[in-house]
Design a binder for this molecule. Structure first.
Ligand code: CNA
Length: 280
């Protein structure tokens, strides 16, 4: 197709064409959707990558099936596997990746509308993205409560339990329920801010999907809310969801950090990005 007559937002389905779209000031409300794949290079395993993913390495926890570690019914019976994992995943141990810094760079340039993250590692925040720009769709370790009476549990005591891989119990001894960080388990409702902000996908003038298998609902439905005429970029090891099905979808099927560096280079932002990342 002759680029000048291509009746779509992008002149071609390439990184360069997308960079031109951004440089032309057409992307000022960017929504970024992230998953575990943006944190693997920080040293945090994802769930589903064969061999390296958590699900492939959970035998040692003696689970009936890998997902059980994030199921409330299993947690009630045996909370220890979750606390073993929590000790590994707990925020503060890992450095944000250059991909996380790119999200912060979008924010600093005033182009980031919102980032919806499925991750519980808080690395978007640690990269410098302000809290009000982040929707932690699957909750976070920021808060914790009893799963029965819902009473809040002190942070310092929680930290001690996480560090020792022991199981905290409700502050109310007559309840004695199990305490769990407010990360969303399978079957649990997502935080209300997820639903309150979902409409932003419809306002976006660019959607960037990074490092997710898009296999967990309702998060997986978010790219579908993006306007048909708005470009969507996927940077992931594999094609996921229906990304690629629209004329303005751009797919960079490789490592997130490599794909992000490619995009930053096309935008002339490489030095800025590297120095932002160096400061994390
Ligand atoms: P997932 O289902 O494990 O999928 C990860 C996706 O990323 C896959 O498509 C991989 O091919 C891809 N991928 C892995 N590494 C890279 C890389 N370096 N570059 C590009 N692509 C890569 O993870 P999702 O996030 O989609 O699943 C949702 C779950 C995973 C959420 O509920 C998270 O809470 C949960 N999780 C979070 C973390 C974390 O906080 N870092 C870690 C593990 C799991």
């Amino acid at each position: 197709v002759d680029p000048s007559t291509r009746p779509f937002a992008l002149s071609a389905r390439t990184t360069e064409a997308l960079a031109k779209y951004i440089e032309a000031g057409k992307a000022k409300k960017i929504v970024v959707l992230t998953g575990a794949g943006i944190s693997t290079s920080a040293g945090i395993p994802d769930f589903r990558s064969p061999e390296t993913g958590l699900y492939a390495n959970l035998e040692r926890l003696n689970l009936p099936h890998p997902e059980a570690v994030f199921e409330l019914s299993f947690f009630r019976e045996n909370p220890l596997p979750f606390y073993t994992l929590a000790q590994e995943l707990y925020p503060g141990k890992y450095r944000p990746t250059i991909t996380h810094s790119f999200i912060n760079l979008l924010h600093q340039k005033g182009l980031l509308l919102k980032v919806f993250s499925q991750n519980i590692d808080c690395l978007e925040r640690e990269a410098g993205v302000p809290g009000d720009k982040i929707i932690e769709a699957h909750g976070s370790f920021a808060d914790q409560a009893c799963i029965d009476c819902k009473k809040s549990y002190p942070k310092d005591q929680m930290l001690a339990h996480i560090e020792n891989k022991t199981v905290p119990r409700c502050v109310d001894s007559s309840c004695n329920g199990l305490v769990k960080p407010k990360i969303v388990f399978f079957g649990e409702q997502l935080p209300s801010e997820f639903f309150d902000n979902r409409h932003l996908l419809d306002e976006a003038d660019l959607c960037i999907v990074l490092g997710t298998s898009l296999s967990v609902h309702p998060f997986a439905s978010l790219p579908g809310f993006v306007n048909e005429s708005v470009p969507r970029l996927l940077i992931n090891m594999e094609q996921v969801g229906n990304l690629g099905s629209r004329p303005d979808d751009v797919l960079i099927l490789k490592d997130c950090d490599a794909g992000i560096k490619e995009l930053a280079s096309a935008l002339g932002w490489s030095d800025e990005l590297e120095s932002l990342w160096a400061g994390t």
